[in-house]
Write a protein that binds this ligand. Structure first.
Ligand SMILES: [Zn+2]
Length: 238
């Protein structure tokens, strides 16, 4: 970035409702978060940021991964610590992913959604009612819609098409879905899309037919490494 000699060394982040302080390297944050970049460009005196809806623990994890500066290492860390293999860990991953979305850390948000998707695919956990609720509560109502929100909606709707074969817990997911209108809108859209194919209602695409890139923050077909990869063929966790 231009004029980096004018950038202060440290940014202060006040996090969560108790405004806990986190000090991070300004350059690292400017290079990774367009939220910080925009605020700083608007007012170069800015060295303090507030994020009442991100906890210190979540921010620390996000910052830790940003400082790796290497998607492969982040993927290895996620795999090594089993962060997509238990319901509790997935919730923590989701919170970091949501924080990345809020702070517009696009590269890491894109990476995390790929890792989450592959985790769900391999563990068979599926997005749970809690997962869907967390994502929709935190990210719905903003434009553009978060890709994580889109992912949750697509996963739910694919399960919905096969509702007779879902486990009893699916009822909880249904209850959550009824609260969030985006899921219903997408459902009709997906049925419509499937019906258009040959004039009959067909099962919509399976999640595995989507590429990871379908859930990325950038617009489609911009030479992304994941343009050909699905959640079943993620190269970092191969
Ligand atoms: Zn992409």
């Amino acid at each position: 970035m231009r004029g980096t000699h004018l950038v202060p060394r440290i940014f202060s982040f006040y996090l969560g409702p108790r405004r806990e302080l986190f000090l991070g390297q300004a350059l690292l944050l400017l290079n990774n978060s367009s939220y910080c970049r925009d605020l700083f460009a608007e007012n170069p005196q800015t060295t303090c940021f507030e994020a009442a809806d991100i906890t210190l623990a979540t921010f620390q994890q996000l910052y830790h991964w940003i400082s790796f500066d290497d998607p492969r290492q982040i993927a290895q860390d996620v795999a090594f610590r089993g962060l997509t293999r238990s319901a509790f860990a997935v919730q923590e991953m989701l919170k970091v992913c949501i924080a990345a979305w809020k702070l517009k850390c696009n590269a890491i948000e894109d990476l995390l959604i790929g890792l989450l998707g592959i985790g769900y695919f391999r563990s068979g956990l599926s997005p749970s009612a809690e997962d869907i609720d967390l994502v929709f509560k935190e990210t719905l109502g903003f434009d553009p819609v978060s890709r994580l929100c889109h992912y949750m909606s697509v996963s739910f709707n694919i399960r919905m098409m096969d509702w007779q074969n879902q486990p009893p817990e699916f009822l909880d997911v249904l209850t959550v879905a009824r609260k969030h209108s985006k899921i219903q809108t997408d459902f009709f859209y997906m049925i419509g899309e499937a019906a258009l194919k040959d004039g009959r209602i067909q099962k919509p695409r399976e999640l595995m037919d989507y590429t990871i890139c379908d859930f990325h923050t950038h617009s489609a077909g911009t030479g992304c490494w994941a343009a050909q990869h699905t959640f079943a063929s993620h190269p970092f966790l191969g």
